[in-house]
Write a protein that binds this ligand. Structure first.
Ligand code: ZN
Ligand code: CU
Length: 484
């Protein structure tokens, strides 16, 4: 057999292939956008060779929970992804997505999570723009349920008429046929929170018929978290639609420990045949838009504010003291704004992560002036703190949760595993030093320990001199749902 000239050989590393199997010593050969060979490639001809001795060679990470929908236009470098080894992001989470655009006059505060770029008319237009823009990493997209409501309903705070329900279902069909992998709900936000079970079931049936899934920022992550989990599990059970519980957590000290109940509910649903998965970001604080009603309950740090941009990064308590008013009043004055809420138990986050179907989703908010550090550090934090320091699980098991598991949950074919013929999405990192550096105070510090990241065979990130430099062409692709 004539030996193919490989474009790149990553030599001498430990292959962690994404399946969870133990690491093995091998070279990895890339030809074009694909993995051409894994094995002893010492005598194979190649245009370039990179030494990865002692390093881990893994599939590129799949961030299952991103809000980068419009960043492909606004900040296409996506360094917060590539520097921690992420090669694919699923966007359109928490009920908000880059398309479809609202009817004139309709809006929702949660759309502020996305950025300033006008939304696209529909998913087909969004994907077209994305492709002509050339994303840095691969993108799979969910359609936001809030978008469907805002685009189909005259009064998005009301209940849909039959015609509006049908219109939402048709829009969802069109989005799935354009290649969206599913739809997301943000039941804790308006207008998604107005939805009742029949509306959600109607949409989930459309998704299930096409093999697509439903991800949910559930209605309540605090006092009523158990019922909120049961609500989305019921939608999955009734419709057969695969379900992902986004950024699962139990907020406020009085609710710490409730994950024992919610994870048991998930296990029961799975035992009954419902396809359920979940994700976490590895931090004890959450972040979203600023909600003044929470001001008295929890420690809050401001991430952005339209009327008071100078307050980004400051604690609400300090701002209120300086202004000589209460925290609720200060929060009202800061809105529209974003916030970090310190209301989770780190030990519980770690326990949830150990659930067998838990993935990692950064939930990063790249548009924030002083973002939650999860944007820059989620994946490296798992590898450094949860795997190396706390030894919650083997490195191989953790990598599987960042690669093969999400590829299978979201139906991303040829991704998430290192094997011959797969797309060459690769992360090379040092297991002894990989670590997040982003903190609450300095949230945009890049991670350390990630050495080289390939997307479809092309380097998008490399640490240190003398390595393969990122090219000028952005190599990411739109990952359309397989049947679309
Ligand atoms: Zn969310
Ligand atoms: Cu989110």
């Amino acid at each position: 057999m004539a030996r193919q000239l490989l474009d790149l050989i990553i030599e001498g590393g430990w292959i962690v292939d994404g399946s969870g199997a133990p690491r093995r010593r091998a070279d990895l050969g890339v030809a074009g956008a694909r993995i051409a060979a894994i094995g002893d490639l010492a005598s194979s001809p190649a245009a370039r060779r990179v030494d990865a001795s002692g390093k881990i060679v893994a599939p590129g990470f799949i961030d299952v929970h991103g809000h980068d929908d419009l960043m492909f236009v606004e900040k296409p470098g996506l360094e917060w992804k590539t520097s921690q080894g992420i090669t694919t992001v699923v966007v359109g989470n928490c009920g908000v997505s880059g398309a479809p655009a609202p009817l004139p006059g309709n809006t929702a505060a949660a759309l502020a999570l996305l950025g300033e770029t006008p939304l696209f008319a529909d998913m087909a237009a969004y994907f077209e723009a994305l492709e002509s823009q050339r994303p840095m990493i691969n993108v799979a997209a969910l359609v936001g349920h809030a978008n469907l409501r805002l685009a189909a309903m005259r009064d998005p705070a009301a209940q849909p008429t039959q015609a509006e329900q049908r219109a939402m279902e048709r829009m969802l069909e069109a989005a799935l046929d354009a290649g969206a992998v599913g739809f997301s709900t943000g039941l804790a936000y308006e207008p998604g929170g107005s939805a009742r079970p029949p509306e959600l079931a109607g949409l989930a049936r459309v998704a299930a018929a096409r093999g697509a899934l439903h991800t949910s920022h559930i209605r309540n992550e605090g006092d009523a978290v158990e019922a909120a989990v049961d609500e989305v599990l019921a939608v999955g059970r009734e419709t057969g639609c695969a379900t992902v519980l986004s950024h699962h957590k139990c907020m406020m000290p009085r609710n710490w420990g409730k994950s024992a109940v919610t994870l048991a509910s998930i296990d029961r649903a799975r035992a009954g045949g419902v396809r359920v998965a979940l994700d976490i970001y590895p931090y004890p604080g959450s972040s979203t838009i600023l909600i003044p009603e929470r001001a008295e309950l929890i420690d809050i740090r401001i991430t952005w504010s339209t009327p008071h941009p100078e307050c980004a990064g400051r604690n609400l308590e300090d701002i209120a003291r300086e202004w000589g008013c209460g925290k609720t009043e200060a929060a009202r004055r800061l809105c529209p704004a974003g916030a970090i809420y310190f209301a989770m138990d780190e030990n519980e986050v770690r326990r949830i992560f150990q659930h067998e179907c838990c993935m990692v989703g950064s939930d990063g908010l790249p548009n924030d002036a002083h973002p939650h550090p999860r944007l820059w550090g989620s994946f490296t934090r798992v590898l450094g703190r949860y795997v190396r320091e706390a030894q919650l699980m083997s490195l191989e098991a953790a990598v599987a949760r960042m690669t093969a598991l999400p590829a299978s949950v979201f139906g991303l074919q040829g991704r998430g595993r290192l094997e011959e013929g797969a797309w060459a999405d690769v992360a090379v990192f040092d297991a002894d030093t990989v670590q997040d550096r982003a903190t609450w105070e300095s949230p945009t510090l890049p991670s350390v320990g990630v050495e080289l990241v390939l997307v479809n065979g092309s380097p998008v990130f490399s640490a240190g001199p003398g390595r393969v430099r990122p090219g000028r062409v952005r190599p990411g692709r739109v990952l359309r749902r397989a049947a679309a």
